[in-house]
Write a protein that binds this ligand. Structure first.
Ligand code: EPZ
Length: 419
């Protein structure tokens, strides 16, 4: 059965209101962290995404019970029995590497295959492994399998990450919460998802401080207990809907968002000429005037402009008057939306880590292929603005990170459906 695709009749201004679901990049480490609780956890505002489904399959394969109750997922980690994740489950989702720290933290032993590279580049895990080794882990890598064991209990360590890796910060936190002594992570990632993970762990009885700053401190505790926790809103999904309104010169009211997490993203849309009005748990964006080019937009670790928003803003800039330049400093292969956007009539030259975009007055519909999650989202935005029909295939990439994308866009007036 061939995979479905999105069918978009573009050229229509979007206007309306959309509720932004829970953050994929928070719920994935939090689901892994439920293993450490040894109890029953209720994760609320949990989005229905294929990556979330993959995580629950991993939890079940380890002996936990998982069930979804509407927008919540309940995990019973009391029956955790396995410490091994099969290769096909590891290949299903690269970010499953975050289970390593959680399984080590609870069972002191873990075997899993190297996570596959992904569309964005090799995705090394050297910083994860060196941090875990500083906590005392013995890790052998042979035939694509990681075989890890930890001494009876972590007694704390101090380390400085060579770069503020989100996943490495999360893995080290997960491996360090159970034990004694103090673990200090310097040059830690500062993303809001790190703070959300720390919030969940502290709700389970952990003693973590400094989350959101470059120095995270974990004081080991004897054990954790279950908790109920509500996942933060997805700031990248929020940016995607802002992009949909901006590229169609429309307007959107985002509900259920946390503007405080989105300063650099809000600033980028303002530089592009949109009016952006954040307040409490909402952001209103209006782009009734023609969009302006952004001379230079650089991606950086939080609180800099997020690499995940880069393909989305690239799409918006294809219709902004003038020449924009984007510098992608995080991943080496993250301009994969460019060739497909060119099929819609965009004028983009991408060379290494730099992309130059000449704004064009209009885009025209074409058949396009998604190559990764956020590049797929960028193509949807291009299709919403392009005159005529655009199709986007390889929807499995988009379904990893967007819950109910079509129905949310239809609520904004888009003519879009899955065929
Ligand atoms: C997380 O990936 C996100 N994924 C990514 O979102 C996001 O793009 C990225 O952080 C940066 O913000 C999840 O949270 C599940 P990193 P992660 O470790 O943890 C290099 C999306 O679209 N690096 O901060 O893998 C790495 O190659 C996804 O939702 C090493 O060299 O990101 C990259 O160049 C895509 N060695 C840079 O650091 C390591 O051991 C940042 O990676 C680890 C990372």
């Amino acid at each position: 059965m061939t995979e479905s695709k999105l069918y978009i009749e573009g050229g229509k201004r979007l206007a309306g209101e959309v509720f932004v679901h829970g953050a994929k990049n928070s719920v994935l480490p939090v689901l892994a962290a439920t293993l450490l609780s040894g109890g029953v956890c209720r994760i609320e505002n949990c989005p229905e995404l294929s990556d979330v489904y993959s995580s629950t399959r991993i939890l079940r394969s380890l002996g936990c019970k998982c069930r979804r109750e509407g927008s919540a997922v309940e995990v019973d980690a009391r029956t955790l029995s396995g410490c091994e994740i099969s290769e096909d489950l590891m290949r299903e989702m690269r970010s499953s590497i975050v289970f390593l720290g959680a399984i080590l933290g609870r069972l002191r032993r873990c075997r899993l295959s190297f996570p596959g590279g992904c569309e964005l580049g090799p995705r090394p895990i050297d910083i994860h492994l060196s941090g875990l080794r500083k906590l005392g882990a013995k890790i052998t890598e042979a035939h694509g399998v990681l075989d890890c064991s930890m001494p009876s209990a972590v007694t704390g360590a101090s380390m400085t990450l060579p770069l503020p890796s989100v996943g490495a910060t999360e893995n080290i936190m997960l491996a360090a919460v159970l034990g004694s002594g103090e673990t200090v992570i310097r040059n830690a990632a500062r993303e809001p998802e790190i703070s959300d993970l720390a919030g969940f762990l502290n709700a389970c009885g952990a003693k973590i401080s400094g989350q959101g700053s470059a120095t995270v401190v974990i004081n080991g505790v004897e054990s954790l207990h279950g908790a109920t926790y509500s996942i933060m809103p997805d700031r990248i999904v929020a940016a995607t809907y802002m992009g949909a309104a901006a590229i169609t010169n429309g307007e959107v009211m985002l509900r259920g968002v946390r503007p405080a997490d989105m300063h650099s993203t809000v600033s980028a849309f303002e530089q592009a000429g949109a009016g952006v009005y954040p307040y409490s748990d909402r952001i209103y964006l209006s782009a009734k005037k023609p969009l302006r080019a952004i001379k230079t937009l650089r991606t950086a670790p939080y609180p800099g402009f997020p690499t995940d928003c880069q393909p989305i803003v690239m799409a918006v800039l294809t219709k902004a008057r003038g020449t924009s330049m984007i510098v992608e400093n995080i991943f080496e292969n993250r301009f994969r939306a460019a060739p497909e956007l060119r099929r819609l009539g965009a004028d983009i030259k991408a060379e290494g880590r730099v992309a130059v975009i000449e704004g064009v007055p209009r885009l025209s519909g074409a058949a396009t292929v998604a190559s990764d999650l956020r590049a797929g989202a960028a193509l949807v935005l291009g299709g919403l603005a392009a005159e005529g029909v655009t199709t986007v295939s390889n929807l499995h990439y988009i379904d990893r990170g967007y819950e109910a994308l079509e129905s949310s866009l239809r609520a904004l007036g888009a003519r879009i459906r899955r065929i």
